[in-house]
Design a protein around this ligand. Structure first.
Ligand code: FES
Ligand code: FES
Length: 157
């Protein structure tokens, strides 16, 4: 199959790959660049597990063609904090028990960050709405919402 070169900045570093016209951004992130923190839950835009930031917009990486991301900048979970220096939302997810199996967590945290970047003091119902595109099979959502609400409340003070 014919391939095309793409260059995409991932978490601050330019990366190159040859992709087909059908490869998605999720394919290239996971299969070519081993960005396993970006999860593949459904490949159809239904679960939010593959949520990343693309040039400032929150997207499902499974719904973006790799060619559409050419020349653009992607931030994944690993781009917002490290183990030594986690983002406050990452810290709150751990402290408030918002992570069980962890499969949904990267996408949940990226969506939470997008929400609080726009609305730092989001209410509980705004948080629920902001995370409505992200599915979790384990937590029942309460602890996830608790975690994000904790950060939003800290932002008020
Ligand atoms: S894997 Fe992209 S939304 Fe489910
Ligand atoms: S923690 Fe397991 S799917 Fe959300």
């Amino acid at each position: 199959m014919k391939t095309y070169p793409v260059k995409i900045k991932v978490n601050g570093k330019w990366k190159e790959a040859a992709v087909t016209a059908r490869d998605t951004l999720l394919d290239v992130l996971r299969k070519k660049w081993l960005a396993y923190e970006v999860k593949n839950g459904c490949s159809e835009g239904d679960c939010g597990a593959c949520t990343v930031n693309l040039n400032g917009k929150t997207v499902n990486a499974c719904l973006v063609l790799a060619l559409q991301a050419n020349g653009k900048e992607v931030t994944t979970l690993k781009g917002i904090g490290t183990e030594q220096n986690p983002h406050p939302i990452q810290k709150a997810f751990v402290e408030k028990g918002g992570i069980q199996c962890g499969f949904c967590s990267p996408g949940m945290i990226m969506s939470s960050k997008a929400l609080l970047d726009k609305n730092p003091v989001a209410s509980r119902s705004e948080i629920r709405e902001g995370l409505s595109g992200n599915l979790c099979r384990c937590t029942g959502y309460h602890k996830i919402v608790d975690a994000v609400e904790h950060v939003a409340k800290n932002n008020q003070s």
